[in-house]
Write a protein that binds this ligand. Sequence first.
Ligand SMILES: Cc1cc2nc3c(=O)[nH]c(=O)nc-3n(C[C@H](O)[C@H](O)[C@H](O)COP(=O)(O)OP(=O)(O)OC[C@H]3O[C@@H](n4cnc5c(N)ncnc54)[C@H](O)[C@@H]3O)c2cc1C
Length: 240
Amino acid sequence: MKDLDMPPGAISVLDRGFIALMDHMGDDTTIVNAARVSFGKRVEKMSERDERLIRYLLKNRHTSPFEHVQFQFHVKCPLFVRSQWHRHRTWSYNEISSRYTEVKEEFYVPTMFRRQSPSNKQASVEEPADEVCFNVYRNEKTGTEEAYIESCKLAVKQYRELLKAGVARELARAVLPQAMYTQFYATVDLHNLLHFVELRIHPHAQWEIQQYARAILKLIKPIVPVTVKIWSEIKGVEVK
Ligand SMILES: Cc1cc2nc3c(=O)[nH]c(=O)nc-3n(C[C@H](O)[C@H](O)[C@H](O)COP(=O)(O)OP(=O)(O)OC[C@H]3O[C@@H](n4cnc5c(N)ncnc54)[C@H](O)[C@@H]3O)c2cc1C
């Protein structure tokens, strides 16, 4: 048995996170065949007619054929991204337990401390917080980033001290920050996956979860290229 590592083929996301496709079932033909079973027909290979069918299904929200394609991902992300992700109830999740295991000293450090949006209460803007904003967080001698890192490190140190003193892992973890990384497996069908990507790639979603949504499109594109191409056209999303 090994510790959880970054699996081969995983895409790095944020400073220490990743997402990997662990398993999948079905492809574009699975969708077409699920739709065509109504007429007692099936295909082995995609044709232009099948592409038109996928476009019709996506445009007209005939969603059930997309539920026959399934994906399992291994995700490593900060706790606050995990909280947003796990609001999506149509996925199945299993997560590393900080009751069973000691939490590793791995926390997310943003490359830019984005400014609070003046117009959208839940959002940030793509520019660094200025000096006045910075002073709220800033240790004048060390600078904001270090103050952030110091506070995360202090929390981890106190966590370890609580463990040393015999406090249970399930309670000691309460001092840890939202920036700590966690890992989970997540399984979902293609219909609900595209719903997740649409909501979480949107500029209203937090920038950090947007990065995972973009990586998902990259991972599934080789498996369902026609669906991803047509879905991206319909939704106006660029798959980089
Ligand atoms: C930008 C953004 C900001 C958000 N802000 C907040 C916030 O401030 N606070 C907060 O609590 N949440 C917030 N959310 C979470 C949001 O409310 C949803 O819980 C989350 O996006 C999951 O969406 P979903 O329910 O459509 O997905 P899923 O849970 O995957 O469900 C998919 C679909 O299945 C159906 N469904 C699933 N479960 C049920 C059910 N029990 N009853 C009826 N239909 C169901 C619905 O049609 C649903 O759209 C935010 C989400 C986004 C994208």
